[in-house]
Design a protein around this ligand. Structure first.
Ligand code: NAP
Length: 281
């Protein structure tokens, strides 16, 4: 028997699991497509119902894979997609959303993010997001790769306070946000979505993490995800195109790290002592 995956509550009251699924690079190789769809579907079965994609990923190929994975079971999934900054004008955002809906084969994107800050004024993108919400095309909106100063600017534009989520790079080897951005968002009830929670796989070769994992009879990936579970308001979205690894990642939610474990992790992956600019992949 599994512990249920813990949930966090978005500002609009919807609850989402703190472990979801990423999809970057899915759809790039036709030979892997079946495994990718199966892995996402197993993830849904196991409760990792939040699925993150973007119009950028394979120019819609990743969104199509997600669409296939949720076909016939749309209501079980919480789908996140993103608009490219180069499309994030008032009309461009709405057109991009329509394209993403078509790729996904759904009527509403649950959460729609600005992928990173670009040249269009934030007020314009936010106005488009609000119009899409009113039209029922998206459930909520958020941003990605925004540091504290960007968030402060965002909150100052009309309706900017409706931001639900900031999706940023966060994992054991990239803890910079713990100094300022993470507490800033936690204080305001804005969820943090931790992307590349396994540092794109690099983290799994870290000798200290391998050592700590062995002591838990767990895998390095499980300890990396169990660590993020200890942070309130953080949702992690590991990507895997393998059903076995999807199961392994889900099982991480059964691991409860003690204060001593967290101390060992702090020694191996020290938390920040001063402000660091937000890193991006
Ligand atoms: P990640 O999830 O940290 O790592 C993915 C890599 O780890 C893949 O190579 C995967 O390989 C491997 N992996 C997954 N589970 C594993 C396990 N249990 N054991 C061993 N290897 C495992 O990296 P990511 O894909 O960059 O980040 C996750 C998601 O965040 C993306 O897919 C995307 O949805 C989102 N993201 C957003 C942004 C942004 O700017 N907003 C940027 C980057 C990523 P296999 O597939 O072969 O298992």
């Amino acid at each position: 028997m599994h512990d249920p995956i813990p949930t966090t509550t978005l500002p609009d009251g919807r609850r989402v699991p703190v472990l979801g699924q990423g999809t970057w690079r899915m759809g790039d190789a036709p030979s892997r497509k079946n495994d990718e769809v199966k892995s996402l579907q197993l993830g849904l079965d196991l409760g990792m119902t939040l699925i993150d994609t973007a119009e950028m990923y394979g120019n819609g190929a990743s969104e199509r894979i997600v669409g296939e994975a949720v076909s016939g079971r749309r209501d079980e999934a919480f789908i996140v997609s993103k608009v490219l900054p180069s499309n994030a004008s008032r009309t461009g955002t709405e057109a991009a959303c329509e394209r993403s809906l078509k790729h996904l084969g759904i009527d509403q994107i649950d959460l729609y993010l600005l992928h990173w800050r670009g040249g269009y004024p934030l007020a314009e993108t936010v106005a488009a997001f609000e119009a899409l919400k009113k039209a029922g095309k998206i459930g909520a909106w958020g941003v990605s790769n925004f540091d504290v100063d960007d968030m402060e600017e965002l909150l100052a534009v009309p309706d900017g306070k409706n931001v639900a989520v900031n999706q940023v790079l966060y994992n054991l080897s990239r803890r910079g946000i713990e100094f300022d951005l993470l507490p800033w968002c936690q204080k305001r009830g804005i969820a943090i979505m931790a992307y590349s929670p396994l540092d794109e796989g690099r983290l799994l070769r870290h000798p200290d993490l391998i050592h700590i994992a062995k002591a838990h009879q767990a895998t390095p990936s499980q300890i990396a995800l169990a660590f993020l579970k200890t942070r309130p308001g953080v949702i992690s979205i590991p990507k895997t195109g393998s059903a076995d690894r999807a199961r392994e990642n889900r099982d991480a939610m059964d691991i409860h790290l003690t204060a001593e474990d967290l101390g060992d992790l702090d020694r191996a992956f020290p938390p920040p002592k001063r402000k660091r600019s937000l890193e991006m992949i």
